[in-house]
Design a protein around this ligand. Structure first.
Ligand code: SF4
Length: 429
């Protein structure tokens, strides 16, 4: 969501004549698009603004956007000297106004927007990480209130974009040459549009599975979606993937812990058994769906036995990759009130052990791709080899291979010859 928001901010500014440059030192405006999920990102912001303030260069306009801005609002101006504007997650569309007001009145601007009514669904156009791939926010906010997470407080309640508008945007992106859309949201499969408009006639129990079928029907070459919330993940989503060739075979389903006791303490709304039933259904699919997840180690009260259950879950599920985090208490969340009773050293030990198990499983799992032909959307020249190209498979693997530059932007068949830690290597066939 944060990467997508950055692309949207730059695209909104491009429409007003601003240009993105690589070199921060010569920029007239520097914007920090912040994330508050982990403490480290927040601390980095304080350091980076400090660097700008103390440098010899003429001072640029400095803006803070994203979740830290939304949560802290005006208090950020007191905490960090040198910030000119603070814009919340719902005020992306007004970023150019904020810069103009700052310059005109020479005083700080704070705009947090109205939580539920003000969300701006702008889709990035000029600045995207790839001209052939587009993020499309379809649901914003979160109603789940997992006890460790700040997102429901920073992003507010869930709000879904009407399906008819999503379809219109996908068709527009397709017309502009986009090959792959990623439907995104904190919990993309909790999608609940205000009306049925655009979903009529599409089969499925859950609105999200119907939306998937409706988006597939636009004829866009590839559709991916992330992130899915386990409790709202129904079989009809897998059925939709199985029915439509352009719905890609990759599901990111964060489990967070392999202990049902810890999951209850996290208020995740699912047990290990329920999660595994969904994994079994996904793994039974003929489409060989790649599975990825997020896991937190060292949540308050997590015992060695709870942790070992997480290790066993990782071994059972065989994730294609997993983002593993050490728990860090976030002020303002319910878990912040709990005793952070797993020591930093112990969290690190569990993190290392789990990473080792995951890497071992991942390596075994990725072996299944050797000698297989994957369809790769070629996005750019590879940084790994001089004559190489790089892109993503339908199962969201980075694939590097040798090929001609004019392949960029097309989908090519690549036979996989080698597996590395986080990417695959192959040859065009
Ligand atoms: S589902 Fe839980 S972890 Fe995910 S954004 Fe919502 S509160 Fe945070």
């Amino acid at each position: 969501m944060n990467v997508s928001d950055s692309e949207r901010i730059s695209s909104v500014l491009a429409r007003q004549g601003y240009e993105m440059i690589d070199n921060e030192a010569s920029a007239d405006v520097v914007i920090f698009n912040t994330c508050s999920v982990r403490e480290k990102a927040e601390q980095k912001l304080y350091t980076r603004v400090g660097h700008i303030r103390h440098s010899d260069r003429p001072k640029p306009v400095v803006g803070v956007m994203g979740c830290v801005a939304q949560l802290e609002g005006e208090t950020l101006l007191k905490k960090i000297e040198g910030v000119d504007f603070v814009l919340g997650t719902r005020a992306i569309g007004r970023v150019a106004d904020a810069i103009a007001k700052t310059l005109k009145f020479e005083e700080p601007v704070v705009d947090l927007g109205e939580r539920e009514v003000d969300y701006d669904w702008t889709v990035a156009d000029k600045y995207r990480h790839s001209p052939f791939v587009a993020f499309l926010p379809i649901i914003e906010g979160c109603n789940k209130f997992c006890t460790y997470c700040i997102v429901p407080f920073s992003r507010g309640r869930e709000r879904s974009l009407p399906a008819s508008e999503i379809i219109r945007q996908v068709l527009e992106l397709r017309r502009k040459g986009v090959k792959e859309v990623h439907l995104i949201g904190q919990n993309v499969n909790s999608y609940r549009p205000p009306t049925d408009s655009g979903l009529e006639g599409f089969a499925g129990k859950s609105p999200f599975s119907r939306l998937l079928r409706a988006v597939a029907a636009t004829g866009i070459e590839r559709v991916k979606f992330t992130t899915s919330f386990p409790r709202d993940f129904h079989d009809d989503i897998v059925e939709a993937i199985e029915t439509h060739d352009n719905l890609c075979n990759w599901i990111h389903l964060p489990v967070q812990s392999g202990s049902s006791r810890v999951l209850a303490a996290m208020k995740r709304g699912h047990t290990v058994e329920k999660y595994l039933a969904k994994i079994d259904r996904i793994k039974a699919s003929y489409k060989d769906v790649a599975l990825t997840t997020d896991i937190i180690v060292g949540f308050p009260s997590e015992t060695e036995e709870d942790f070992q259950q997480t290790v066993r879950l990782v071994e059972y599920c065989g994730f294609d990759s997993a983002y593993i985090f050490r728990y860090s208490p976030r002020p303002g969340t319910p878990a912040y009130e709990l005793q952070d009773d797993v020591s930093h050293e112990e969290k690190t030990r569990r993190f290392i052990e789990l990473e080792r198990s995951q890497k071992y499983m991942q390596n075994r799992r990725l072996q299944r791709y050797v000698n297989k032909v994957l369809k790769v959307l070629v996005e750019r020249k590879s940084t790994r080899t001089s004559s190489g190209l790089s892109g993503h498979s339908t199962c969201q693997k980075v694939v590097n291979f040798v090929g001609k530059e004019d392949m960029i932007g097309s989908i090519v068949d690549v036979k996989i010859t080698e597996i590395k830690a986080n990417s695959l290597f192959g040859e065009a066939v």
